[in-house]
Design a protein around this ligand. Structure first.
Ligand SMILES: C[S@@+](CC[C@H](N)C(=O)[O-])C[C@H]1O[C@@H](n2cnc3c(N)ncnc32)[C@H](O)[C@@H]1O
Length: 342
């Protein structure tokens, strides 16, 4: 306990943590009002930005100063302009626009849950009537539409590990359970013309998934299974089943039940791809993301949490698969486990 001690906690540290919620609100307001679009043409005074955003001039001036305080804008005192990097990330017409991620990471859904964290700690699980486990939860439509920065590189890693698929003939049948955006299956289908993908999720989410399949040019080989992954018929048998970023919604026991159910739908010799954030053995300070996410899972699900990688390995092996191989990417909290069906 004495080695590797954290620096002493100061009042300033606490203030910084407490003001994070203001920074989030300021960013969210800037994105919502399209302040960055209003400044895309060059420096402008608050009155001009207010007119462009359809907002009140006094309110706009206060927001612009707050955005300058966060470093997203520059100012000479009279006019405001975009800080370096703000154009590519926060102007809606830019191809790398990332402001829409505010709808996920700074959403009311997450905030409503995390602000009740102490209640969740008292009761041992979410106190939210509507939460991440609710059937057809609207948040998952946004998630499916927007995805995360971590998804494309991990989808590429999975395709690299599974392809080329052995054998010359026949379909490669892929089931993507709790698929959301569907990118894990569709990245495989984009690279392997023999692949057909069955995307499973709630019906409201699948409407978004289908649009993604269309956009990615694989709609003709995309099939859909709508319903609860714990009891909808899975069809199959499949060559590959993907279970990504949903095991942490559950206790290890319930996640294991899901994997055992999925195992029944995989042909012997087929592959399971399980993707999850996991905690490591080290001090939480050195790998904070999984622990912060686990607190959200506590606040947003009845039994969910981020499990250690060893727990995922055990769940996979107990469900009827060989010991999985583990793959990671630098600076990406997702862990990929790939295992053969016994
Ligand atoms: C965090 S998202 C994961 C999406 C995608 N697999 C990924 O890795 O990015 C969780 C998804 O699980 C779906 N989901 C949660 N519980 C489900 C259930 N019981 N049956 C079907 N889908 C479910 C949600 O609708 C949501 O799309």
């Amino acid at each position: 306990m004495t080695e590797d001690r954290a620096p002493a906690v100061t009042r300033q540290d606490l203030l910084t943590m407490m003001s994070s919620v203001r920074r989030t609100g300021i960013l969210r307001a800037g994105v919502e009002l399209k302040v960055f679009d209003a400044l895309a043409g060059g420096p402008a005074a608050p009155e001009a930005v207010a007119a462009s955003c359809g907002a009140d001039p006094r309110g706009t001036r206060i927001l612009l100063n707050a955005l300058a305080a966060t470093g997203l804008l520059e100012t000479d005192g009279d006019r405001f302009l975009l800080a370096p990097g703000a154009e590519s990330t926060l102007v809606t017409t830019h191809p790398d626009y990332y402001g829409h991620a505010v709808r996920l990471a700074a959403s009311d859904y997450e905030w409503d849950a995390i602000k009740r964290l102490a209640d969740a700690v008292r009761s041992g699980g979410t106190v939210m009537e509507e939460n991440a486990e609710s059937p057809s939860y609207a948040f998952w439509e946004d998630f499916a539409a927007l995805g995360t920065l971590n998804t494309p590189p991990i989808a590429a890693l999975v395709a690299d590990k599974l392809l080329p698929w052995p054998g010359e003939q026949g379909e490669l049948k892929v089931l993507d359970v709790a698929c959301g955006h569907g990118l894990y299956g569709y990245t495989l289908a984009g690279r392997e013309p023999r692949a057909h993908v069955w995307s499973l999720d709630w019906p409201n989410v699948l409407a978004v998934t289908e649009a993604n399949a269309e956009r990615l040019g694989v709609r003709e080989r995309a099939h859909f299974i709508a319903g609860d992954m714990f009891d909808v018929p899975l069809e199959g048998p499949y060559d590959v089943v993907v279970v990504a970023n949903v095991l942490h919604h559950f206790s290890a026991g319930r996640a294991g039940l899901l994997l055992a159910r999925v195992a029944e739908a995989v042909r012997p010799g087929g592959k399971l791809v399980a993707i999850a954030i996991s905690t490591s053995d080290g001090h939480p300070r050195h790998d904070p993301v999984p622990h912060l996410f686990s607190a959200l899972m506590l606040a947003w699900t009845s039994e969910g949490q981020v499990h250690p990688v060893s727990a995922y390995e055990d769940m996979v092996a107990s469900a009827g698969f060989a010991r999985p191989k583990l793959y990671t990417l630098p600076h990406n909290p997702l862990r990929v486990l790939i295992a053969d069906r016994l």
